[in-house]
Ligand binder design. Structure first.
Ligand SMILES: Cc1cc2nc3c(=O)[nH]c(=O)nc-3n(C[C@H](O)[C@H](O)[C@H](O)COP(=O)(O)OP(=O)(O)OC[C@H]3O[C@@H](n4cnc5c(N)ncnc54)[C@H](O)[C@@H]3O)c2cc1C
Ligand code: FES
Length: 257
């Protein structure tokens, strides 16, 4: 479950956003879309805790995974300093990923900012199952929308949204989602992004009677269901461990603060 990932590529791809490719055959073979790895930098005492990062690419055949990460603090800043040939200590694959067993063919993916990270492997699986994919991808500005070519490669119809209007529609992802569900409907909606966005997306999907799944975040310690630091309340009042019961949950399960 712990594997040393050898860095093959670590490059800046957007505003404070980096993409890292790692050779780690065991994790690549086991991983499913929506799962994550807990990253620990080698040879440094700080940061002590591992950083949870979603799998942005899973290439089982070549034993390679990729991570898409936003620099927000010390751990992710240190990741940008790593070079080809360096190794990081990876615990994973962890958590429950996305399901793709819905009836019908129309899948809508809603991504907010770095919430786009887990969707490339999901698209590959949806494409293999001959589902039609529309991705509504929103971010602060044009520079924060990354890896568009990869999503287009999977045949996804792209609807881009920026808060400053620098590319695509101006505003938030929920506007185009509401229009799309009203005009064309959908069979399943997937979402990942800030909690306020997930809450709003769930409301829009529920208004149109469409089911879906959300990928959530929580501060994590062990990543293995032991320390309870990632515990979050569900709508039924019961706690869920995001690292083990999630990070992907059916819509309607989690209570957002
Ligand atoms: C299941 C899961 C998947 C994630 N996938 C991605 C991804 O693909 N790309 C990406 O850029 N980020 C992802 N994140 C968020 C990422 O883990 C944090 O941005 C990162 O841990 C910040 O570390 P830091 O040292 O740079 O920041 P600091 O703020 O210095 O971190 C301090 C502590 O807070 C925790 N922390 C800070 N922000 C978050 C956060 N948003 N979520 C959880 N813990 C946090 C850190 O792990 C650390 O323990 C994911 C989080 C979870 C829970
Ligand atoms: S991070 Fe320890 S239980 Fe989830």
């Amino acid at each position: 479950m712990i594997e040393q990932g050898k860095i093959l590529l670590n490059e800046k791809v957007g505003r404070d956003i980096w993409r890292m490719e790692l050779k780690c055959p065991w994790i690549a073979m086991k991983a499913k879309p929506g799962q994550f790895v807990n990253v620990k930098l080698n040879d440094v005492a700080e940061p002590l805790l591992r950083r949870p990062i979603s799998l942005h690419g899973i290439d089982a055949e070549n034993g390679i995974i990729s991570l898409l990460y936003l620099v927000v603090g010390r751990g992710t800043e240190m990741m940008t300093k790593l070079e080809n040939g360096d190794s990081v200590d990876l615990l994973g694959p962890l958590g429950k990923g996305f399901s793709t067993f819905f009836h019908g063919r129309r899948a809508v993916i809603v991504a907010g900012g770095i919430g786009s990270a887990p969707f490339y492997p999901l698209m590959e699986e949806l494409k293999a199952k001959q589902k039609n994919i529309t991705m509504i991808y929103g971010a602060r500005d044009a520079e924060s929308l990354t890896c568009l070519d990869l999503y287009e490669e999977q045949g996804a119809e792209m609807i881009l949204v920026t808060e400053d209007g620098s590319v695509g529609e101006k505003g938030f992802v929920t506007g185009p989602l509401d229009c799309l569900l009203a005009e064309r409907g959908a069979d399943f909606v997937y979402a990942c992004g800030p909690e306020a966005m997930l809450k709003a997306v769930e409301e829009v999907a529920a208004n149109h009677g469409v089911q879906g799944e959300v990928s959530t975040e929580a501060r994590m310690g062990c990543g293995l269901g032991v320390c309870l630091s990632c515990s979050k309340k569900g709508k039924d009042g019961k706690n869920r461990k995001v690292c083990q019961d999630g990070p992907v949950f059916p819509m309607g399960v989690m209570a957002y603060e």
